[in-house]
Write a protein that binds this ligand. Structure first.
Ligand SMILES: Cc1cc2nc3c(=O)[nH]c(=O)nc-3n(C[C@H](O)[C@H](O)[C@H](O)COP(=O)(O)OP(=O)(O)OC[C@H]3O[C@@H](n4cnc5c(N)ncnc54)[C@H](O)[C@@H]3O)c2cc1C
Length: 497
């Protein structure tokens, strides 16, 4: 057997496919075509894939992206009687909150105008003790089990959305490929929700969008290390950044935290792989400094225990809704009649930390967070519903970090429990769209009272069908926080409705 590998090199190398062919001595094997279309045909043939994508039909809502926002949207819509496809391009759910990236979920829930919002998120949110913590703390299996328990959700893990069909300002379908088999599928739905964080579906559907032209927040790859009983070696890393101990903050408590962040002025989508590689070169360069350079004496027993191989993105493109929320709106507590999701995080924006930026001015890899704390952390600023649908693609919702906000407002809305609650609202709005055969904008313009009623329901409420009545899990007793407008105080109450 001869193994034909060409150019399988590169830092933390990745390759799309390896073709094994068995040949007898003296024989040669025809290499795969090296031109895209014949190569695609060849792949289909050898992998036994269908020529046309598999049509997946009958969905009320197609949710793309299985982070907190996507899970919130899918579960909420399913419980409201909608038939949902949840498409996620990783083998696990949770996005940045999965064991692959290990960011702990922040943002206060169950408060403000609709204090039941957040109850769905609470069912699957991590209780991690550190960020990054241990893999188990992020509960990948629990997240998947909760989604699979919803009979109205078809979950498609390892499915990457890459194309879509639109007609007259409406999305008709989204196409995916299976990252393990390369099989293409086409998902048809009445409504779609972009929860990719990068707004991939919106871009493909020609939705209006924007991206901060420069000085965006970057992408992080967190890491952990430990000390063992014996002296250990670590190979020199000539391909990593050449670092000494003064070039990075000491990874205290055995972990490299959120501020191992780069890509501030790189394209967060097109250069995503390059940003990740730069982060990895920084992490390995730092550990090389600890083991082989001026940190060696103090780290003889140190071992590198985990490095996130998936980059954790913070900011990329944002879809434009009928409302584009600004910092000014949040700080001045501008009233919107459709304000709903309580945003309690400060306006937290990241910049390269000057102290460490000098050696690598082109792409600094350590950040600092600047907080504008003029946020009501208890009650929360109610983010309007109109930030959660596209202003020009009629049947497109969005939830998560790609909603209709400015760069500054993203500083408060982007934490995961807040993103998850946006999904919960989208799920409820989807029920109204299906029931009245209308679009997300009509929910605000014509059916806002109905949305308000749905937002008051506990997270465990289920509708047998879209038009059906409520049934609430009788055991669902939630300690919720309500806001007493007269005293301005928060009160806890037990509710079982
Ligand atoms: C290092 C770091 C630290 C942070 N600190 C905190 C913190 O302490 N607490 C907190 O709450 N937030 C924190 N954040 C912010 C928070 O993680 C993000 O804003 C949040 O994850 C956004 O949620 P989301 O669901 O919109 O997107 P994501 O979590 O990014 O999830 C989107 C999902 O969609 C999938 N996807 C993307 N494209 C496609 C496609 N084409 N097809 C199919 N699937 C696709 C992705 O794989 C991903 O799983 C931090 C972020 C980082 C990177």
């Amino acid at each position: 057997m001869e193994l034909g590998l060409h150019d399988l090199t590169g830092f933390d190398g990745r390759c799309d496919a390896i073709y094994f062919a068995s040949i007898d001595e003296g024989q040669t094997v025809e290499p795969p075509p090296n031109v895209s279309e014949p190569l695609a045909d060849w792949r289909r043939e050898v992998l036994g894939l269908t020529e046309a994508p598999i049509a997946r039909t009958g969905y009320d809502l197609v949710v793309v992206g299985g982070g907190y926002a996507g899970m919130g949207a899918a579960i909420s819509a399913a419980r409201m009687g909608c038939k949902v496809a949840l498409i996620q391009d990783r083998p696990v759910l949770g996005g940045n909150g999965s064991s692959e990236v290990r960011v702990w979920a922040m943002g206060n829930i169950r408060r403000g105008r609709y204090p039941h919002l957040g109850e769905i998120i609470e069912e699957f949110a991590d209780k991690a003790t550190k960020s990054p913590g241990r893999a188990e703390e992020f509960g990948d299996e629990q997240k998947e089990a909760i989604v699979r328990a919803e009979k109205n959700i078809d979950l498609f893990l390892n499915h990457h959305a890459f194309a879509c069909e639109n007609e007259n300002g409406k999305l008709i379908s989204v196409q995916t490929f299976d990252t393990r088999t390369s099989q293409h599928s086409e998902f048809f739905g009445k409504l779609f929700c972009d929860c990719t964080g990068h707004e991939t579906v919106g871009i493909l559907a020609e939705a209006d969008w924007e991206m901060e032209p420069k000085d965006r927040m970057g992408m992080s790859n967190m890491w952990t290390w430990a000390e063992v009983d014996q002296v250990t070696d670590f190979p020199k890393t000539p391909w990593a950044l050449e670092l000494q101990m003064a070039d990075f903050p000491y990874p205290r408590d055995h972990h490299g935290q959120w501020f191992w962040e780069s890509g501030f002025n790189k394209n967060a989508v097109a250069d995503a792989e390059g940003i990740r590689d730069h982060n990895l070169r920084a992490v390995y360069g730092a550990f090389n400094a600890m083991k082989n350079n001026d940190g060696a004496e103090k780290h003889r027993n140190a071992v590198l225990t985990w490095v996130a191989f998936i980059g954790g993105p913070r900011e990329s493109r944002r879809l434009l809704g009928d409302v584009i929320l600004s910092q000014e709106d949040v700080i001045t507590k501008r009233e919107f009649d459709d304000g709903c999701v309580p945003s309690t995080w400060s306006i937290d924006l990241h910049y390269p930390k000057k102290q460490y930026a000098e050696k690598f001015p082109d792409n600094p890899f350590i950040s600092i967070a600047i907080h504008d704390r003029r946020i009501d952390r208890e009650y929360g600023y109610p983010v309007p519903y109109r930030c959660f649908y596209s202003r020009n693609v009629d049947n497109l919702f969005m939830a998560g970090r790609n909603i209709g906000v400015t760069h500054q407002a993203l500083g408060t809305t982007r934490v995961m429990k807040t993103c998850g609650m946006m999904g919960e609202v989208v799920g409820r709005a989807a029920n109204i769209c299906v029931k009245h055969a209308c679009q997300p904008r009509d929910v605000y313009e014509t059916h806002i009272e109905e949305l308000i009623e749905l937002l008051k329901l506990p997270g465990t409420t289920r509708h047998k069908s879209v038009g059906g009545s409520d049934t609430v899990d009788a055991n669902a007793v939630s300690a919720i926080k309500t806001h007493d407008a007269s005293s301005g105080k928060l009160e806890y109450s037990s509710q079982s409705k």
